[in-house]
Every structure is written in C-alpha cells, then in structure tokens.
Ligand binder design. Structure first.
Ligand code: 13P
Ligand code: SF4
Length: 308
C-alpha cells in the first residue's frame, strides 16, 4: 500500500474503532500527520486521561503506552510495536529500588516517567523532563531518591541544590547521553545566529552550554515564543518533524546527524505498524490492576503537589 493509501486507511479505521492516536514528538512525520495529539511525555499522559475514545493507539515507546494504560485502565491501549523499549527504563529494576529505600528510608522516591510499569508502581512521585525540577523543589525533604536517568538526576541536583541519590548510578539514554561539548561548539560555529536547545537527558557539562534546556514540548514553546528565528535542536532527530509542523515559520538544525541522532526504539514504531495495530486491534497493553492503581496514585499525588 502506498503512503497516501495507508494514511487514508488509518484515518478511516480510527473513525470505525472510535480510536485516538497519541504520538510522541519524535515520531515520523506521517505518523504525526494522522495523530490526534502530538506531545511530550507529560502532555500525552494528560491527554490520555482526558480522552473519551474507546481505543488509544500510543505511537511512542512502551513505557509511554503503559503510562496511558495505567491512567485509563478500562480503555483499550494499543502499542504498535510492544518491543520498543528505552535504555533508561531498562536500567532500573524493582530490587534496586527496594535496596535504595532500605538505605534511605526517609527519602521520597521520585521516578522519571521513563520507567517500566512494575518499577514505576513503587514510586512516591512520577515526573517527566518538564516537571522534575518543580517537583523536587516542592518536596520538604532535602534528600531525594531519583532514577533511572542519571543525567536528569545530575541536572535536578544542580538546579535544586538537594542531595539526589541516583538509582541506578548510571541509567542513560542512548541518544542524549552521547552528546558532547564538541558537538555544541561545532553547531555554534556552523550556525552562529542560532539558539541551542538541549534535552535534560544530556550530560550536565553539555547542558551548561545550552541557551535553553527543556522537555520536547518546552522546546516547541521556546522556539515559538522566544522571538528568535533559528535553533539548534539537541534532542532526538524526529523532533524536527514536530517543530516543522508546530512552528513552521522558523529554522531548525539537528545538533547531530551522526549514528546517535535517531532513537532505535522510537524508530520501531512506523505508520504501517500503527495501521496494523488498528486493523487487527493489536498489541493490547496489559498491566496488573494493582500496578495501574499504584501508578495512577503516584501520578495524582505528583499533580496535586505541582498544582498546590
Ligand atoms: P519528553 O518528555 O521531553 O518528550 O522526553 C521523552 C523522551 O523519551 C526523551 O528521550
Ligand atoms: Fe529512551 Fe532515549 Fe529513546 Fe527517549 S530517546 S525513548 S529516553 S532511549
């Protein structure tokens, strides 16, 4: 089937199944075109809670689809490729977290949304790259257990001045952890008029060189509202699709086009797999009810803290 036919098939199946497609900002352009909502992890989690559709197709990696299922336990959530994992999420297991709790019994556990469901169910608070600093600042404790992304943990420690106990000590994103100071220097030399935006999963010495640090949605807001016209984008290269759709009048350059530019897990989700998931109603995300309840509770506790 040609791409245009595939797009039309997906749009008609969406109506037939009463389905919505939630797509992460990193998705291929043709997936973003058929999506009902495009966003960062936090925005998509909120959208998942609001939707009245019977079926949610989550065009993103597995932890995101699991999060949508936890927040909408009675709905059918489909993951176009259930094998699409995440190196950060896979760095932490439940035993590691239990050991950290034993060692620091009074420290709250703040987990990045990039965690697998069984581990996330053990969190006191669930944060995304757009909420981590605000949440940790608001906690009364000066010692906080935080995981599984070690670079985000460093950034949170730097921005809040709190003692951050990392679980595990070295969870990393295969894309952002590969960014270097030299990449930023080269990009600045090549695009001297551009502002440099970098995702907080990058190392702290790289973040210190950025004009703006934020989640993928925060990058869109910065590009749209800042008054500048040209940007270097320090995040997964699919982000350029979202920026070109949402901020069409400005210019964007990737920080790198090298081997680490594309997340291999995000790349596993294709328009063809979105189509097949809707056609055959596969692959249904299943997590135990008790796990979903615990995730929802931690997510709501975090929302209340943010709003309070
Ligand atoms: P955002 O929440 O900023 O979209 O990040 C998700 C992610 O997986 C980054 O690699
Ligand atoms: Fe995980 Fe990094 Fe891929 Fe995002 S870009 S899904 S953090 S491996």
């Amino acid at each position: 089937m040609g791409n245009e036919d595939l797009v039309n098939e997906v749009l008609s199946l969406k109506r037939e199944r009463n389905a919505v497609i939630l797509a992460h900002n990193y998705m291929d352009y043709d997936i973003q075109v058929v999506a009902d909502f495009i966003g960062d992890s936090y925005d998509l989690a909120l959208r998942a809670m609001e939707t009245k559709a019977e079926v949610i197709v989550f065009a993103g990696v597995r932890f995101m689809a699991e999060q949508a299922k936890a927040l909408n336990y009675d709905r059918t959530v489909l993951a176009p490729d259930p094998g699409a994992g995440c190196t950060i999420a896979d760095a932490l297991n439940a035993d590691m977290l239990r050991r950290a709790r034993e060692e620091y019994p009074n420290a709250p556990v703040v987990l990045y949304v990039n965690s697998n469901a069984d581990v996330k169910a053990l969190a006191d608070y669930i944060v995304t790259s757009s909420t981590a600093i605000k949440v940790v600042k608001k906690l009364s404790s000066d010692v906080v257990i935080f995981g599984p992304d070690s670079n985000l943990a460093d950034y949170v420690a730097h921005m809040t001045g709190k003692r951050i106990i990392k679980v595990p000590p070295n969870g990393k994103c295969i894309v952002h952890a590969s960014y270097t100071v030299d990449m930023v220097r080269e990009a600045r030399a090549k695009y001297p008029g551009a502002k440099v935006m970098i995702h907080p999963e990058a190392p702290l010495n790289v973040l210190r060189m950025a004009d703006f640090v934020g989640s993928t949605n925060q990058m869109i807001e910065y590009a749209r509202d800042s008054g500048y016209d040209e940007f270097v984008v320090g995040t997964e290269i699919g982000m350029l699709n979202a920026l070109r759709i949402k901020v069409p009048n400005k210019t964007f350059h990737p920080l790198t086009t090298g081997p680490s530019a594309k997340c291999p897990f995000m790349a596993m989700v294709t328009l063809d797999k979105v189509y097949r998931s809707l056609r055959d109603m596969v692959h249904k995300v299943e997590i135990p009810k008790s796990t979903a309840d615990a995730i929802r509770e931690a997510f709501e506790r975090t929302r209340k803290l943010l709003e309070g």
